[in-house]
Design a protein around this ligand. Structure first.
Ligand code: AMP
Ligand code: ZN
Length: 467
């Protein structure tokens, strides 16, 4: 039984899809005004792992991640770069796709853009105005929060407490400080669209209500995003969508914990961030994904290069086994004895079924690495069944779900200082051999062997592998 912690009910619940065998999932995507940071990357990667797990379970998943390509921040960036705001959005949308790919994140089935859904956005606002949930004040349209009786149900906030906090945000035009903009009247020089209320642009919250409804229907299974989106973004999405359709908007609300630096949220505004594209220059995607997997998606996680370095060591252990299995499978001459992986698969499934417990699932992978390595140690030439079962297990879990193994790149190609030092020693040994200094050459080979690094000489080069 697959369970998910639902922010809406504050409980772990059994996952029951609306349509048998199918999952509809919407994840709030980026506002494309800059490169995204590795904190955003954590949310995108954990959402990707969850999506991949549903696929692993045999579900037909429709996964939608929007792109907010009209927003104050984009307009400000355009002013700073002295270019058009649509150019800023286009540039960083492209960068967003490139960076997701670098992190090993699968493309969404649909990446809807706000600017391409103006009609749908205007239609919902029209409906809300017609049904008395929204009002127009000279070209600005606001949502009338007091009309939606269950406002606050997602965040657990009470209306009167919110009222007290919101008084600072007084706006002459709003009936109530809690009311929020659905449509903003265009200011001089800003991008705008025609609407029944005049030239303007949509508010951020209504974009997600319109795009999720268009691509997943009025009610869908899962809506996800970072913790910072619970209030007001997701609370407002519920208010808009449920008022417009009179139906339940989303069955399961799932929220990701923050990636912190020194216990403070990584964010653009605090300036304490690393872009994802910079981090992948130093750490392969598989290492970053293992690092994130080792903490539950909902909890906070501190970012540091020391922690990433230790994830790198762990990832190399998994990758080394995988590389060894792949490189030696062809030489397995006999079928050999059966090799059972069912127990590991069962444990992996149990971990992931329990609200996507990736730390536990990663621990199962490490247990399996130990198990397979000890099998290698006690079986000098294992049979084919061992290789096939092990590769099957690792491919379906560590490659396809967690994405912590690169099925192509060899560990030794990663540009780590350790690998570079090994290459340097190999070079020194080759020089020693040229000078017929065999004592030195043997000393290097034996020394590396003691460290678990085996040199393999072929006609024109020396390679190495780890045991
Ligand atoms: P934004 O582009 O700011 O709208 O953020 C895109 C996604 O990243 C949203 O789901 C945010 O909740 C999430 N996010 C932002 N900062 C962090 C962080 N430090 N850790 C984890 N997720 C974050
Ligand atoms: Zn959203």
């Amino acid at each position: 039984m697959l369970t998910i912690y639902n922010t809406l009910t504050r409980k772990k619940e059994e996952f029951k899809p609306i349509r048998e065998g199918r999952v509809s999932m919407y994840v709030c995507g980026p506002t494309v005004y800059n490169y995204f940071h590795i904190g955003n990357g954590r949310s995108f990667i954990m959402a990707d792992i969850i999506r991949r797990y549903f696929i692993y379970k045999g579900y037909d998943v429709k996964y939608v991640m929007n792109i907010t390509d009209v927003d104050d921040r984009i307009i400000n960036q355009a002013i700073a770069e002295k270019i058009d705001s649509s150019q800023v959005a286009a540039e960083y949308t492209e960068a967003f796709f490139e960076d997701l790919k670098k992190l090993g994140v699968m493309d969404a089935d649909v990446h809807p853009k706000a600017t391409e859904h103006m009609q749908e956005i205007i239609d919902i606002i029209k409906k809300l105005v017609k049904n008395g949930y929204a009002y127009n004040v000279s070209g600005n349209v606001f949502y009338d929060v007091a009309k939606f009786s269950s406002y606050g149900k997602l965040s657990g906030k009470k209306l009167d407490e919110l009222e007290a906090g919101a008084r600072v945000d007084v706006n002459e035009e709003k009936k109530d400080p809690l009311d929020f903009a659905l449509w903003k009247k265009a200011k001089e020089g800003e991008p705008f669209w025609e609407s029944p209320w005049g030239k303007g642009r949509p508010g951020w919250h209504i974009e997600c209500s319109a795009m999720s409804c268009k691509h997943l229907g009025e009610t869908f299974d899962i809506h996800a995003g970072g913790n910072d989106l619970i209030f007001p973004h997701h609370e407002n999405e519920i208010a808009q969508s449920e008022a417009a359709t009179q139906k339940k908007f989303v069955n399961y609300w799932l929220h990701f914990g923050f990636l912190n630096i020194n216990n403070e949220k990584m964010s653009k505004s605090l300036g304490n961030f690393f872009t994802a594209r910079d981090v992948v220059k130093h750490f392969p995607a598989e290492v970053i994904r293992l690092f994130f997997s080792q903490t539950h998606y909902a909890g906070p996680l501190n970012f540091s290069t020391e922690l990433l370095e230790s994830a790198r060591k762990g990832q190399e252990k998994i990758q080394n086994l995988y590389d060894r299995l792949k490189s030696e499978i062809a030489a397995a001459a006999v079928p050999g004895e059966d090799f059972e992986t069912d127990d590991y698969k069962k444990r992996f499934d149990e971990a992931m079924d329990d609200d996507f417990n990736t730390p536990q699932a990663a621990a199962v992978i490490f247990d399996f690495v130990k198990y397979a390595n000890s099998y290698f140690a006690s079986h000098p030439s294992p049979g084919n069944k061992f290789f096939e079962a092990s590769l099957d297990f690792l491919n379906s879990t560590a490659v396809n779900v967690l994405g912590v193994i690169n099925p192509e790149i060899k560990t030794m190609e990663y540009p780590t200082i350790e690998n570079e030092l090994i290459e340097l020693l190999i070079q020194v040994r080759l020089d020693a051999r040229k000078e017929k200094n065999f004592a030195m050459s043997d000393k290097i080979r034996d020394g590396l062997k003691e460290l678990g690094i085996i040199l393999q000489d072929s006609k024109d080069k020396t390679t190495y592998k780890r045991i």
